[in-house]
Design a protein around this ligand. Structure first.
Ligand code: DGY
Length: 314
């Protein structure tokens, strides 16, 4: 009997896949010498695909997956997955919400603190022996007592707000609507929030609806002392406007875990003294990555056993 194929297109824990070996031939996209040829020949045998929110379904194989039944997105974001296409073909989509929220919120705080207190620059200063040769490091800015503006008060945004409040900051937010029972100050637009905030933390989903939600006018409103933190998606911030505003001093600093066109990072951001950069790792702790993988696998097992999905997207 021909076994169905589970196609894994993004890095995924081998160990977590073990319970699925009994049901599928598991094929790793990255180890295929010719992925397009594989899809042309075996695409119709692919029943389940594991991907993430940035990669989605690789275009070369999209039209060959005639029997694809489930797309398992290893992450909370699913912006690269065309839900209209999936719905039209009756393909179910799952993601991994909740299990990563606290780690992402922790990392947003780490970036905010690193930008205000210039932690990476201070680290370099010691390593490059400048402390001994040039004396004390420059003074930095105080984070506690600042005004923290959160763009997108969803699951992650709420946890960021809770953590930021513990630093005696004032919290404001913007989103599609004012939330009932939330004490933080609501601003109807990103621009209004940026005009008020000392630091803007972007925690909204990616995709067409939020593309360039933070653009030149918002960055200018944040101002020469303002700090931008992005742990969401590069697409939410207009990267060219961000570079311009940092270079001209119209924005104080940016701490970024996400970029347009990852893993490319523009030289202007990499060389800037006003940036703190990380390689999309906000959810990358051992515990959270294990929990995400387990949730993906549990959803797949439930799907093949005809049970309700744990975290359906559509
Ligand atoms: C997510 O979950 O969408 C993250 O960006 C990837 O880990």
């Amino acid at each position: 009997m021909i076994r169905p194929i589970l196609l894994v297109v993004t890095p995924f824990s081998q160990e977590a896949l073990e319970p699925l070996q009994e049901y599928f031939d598991i094929v790793q996209w990255q180890s295929l010498p010719a992925p397009e040829a594989f899809c042309a020949q075996h695409g119709s045998g692919v029943l389940v695909l594991i991907t993430n929110g940035m990669v989605g379904v690789p275009p070369p194989c999209r039209d060959t997956l005639a029997n694809l039944a489930l797309i398992a997105c290893n992450g909370v974001g699913y912006d690269a997955i065309d839900l209209g296409w999936a719905d039209a073909r009756g393909i179910r989509v799952i993601n991994t919400p909740d299990v990563l929220s606290a780690d992402v919120a922790d990392f947003a705080m780490a970036l905010a603190l690193a930008a205000f207190r210039r932690v990476p620059a201070a680290d370099r200063y010691v390593r490059e022996n400048k402390w001994r040769r040039q004396g004390a490091f420059t003074l930095t800015r105080r984070f506690w007592g600042s005004k923290v503006g959160i763009v997108g008060l969803g699951r992650i945004g709420h946890l960021i707000a809770r953590r930021a409040a513990a630093f005696d900051t004032q919290i404001g937010y913007t989103g599609r609507r004012q939330q009932d029972g939330v004490a933080y100050a609501y601003f109807p637009t990103v621009l209004a929030l940026a005009g008020w905030a000392d630091v803007l933390i972007v925690a909204t989903p990616g995709g067409a609806d939020t593309c360039h939600l933070v653009s030149r006018v918002e960055l200018e409103a944040l101002g020469p002392e303002g700090v931008l933190v992005n742990i969401a998606r590069g697409s939410v911030v207009n990267q060219l406007a961000l570079i311009d505003c940092l270079e001209s001093g119209q924005l104080g600093a940016a701490a970024l875990d996400v970029f347009d066109d990852e893993p490319q990072v523009p030289e202007a951001l990499a060389q800037s003294a006003s940036t703190v950069l990380s390689p999309h790792i906000a959810s990358a702790t051992v515990q959270t990555r294990q929990a995400m993988a387990a949730l993906v696998v549990d959803n797949i097992l439930r799907h093949i056993n005809g049970k309700c999905l744990i975290s359906p997207v559509n």
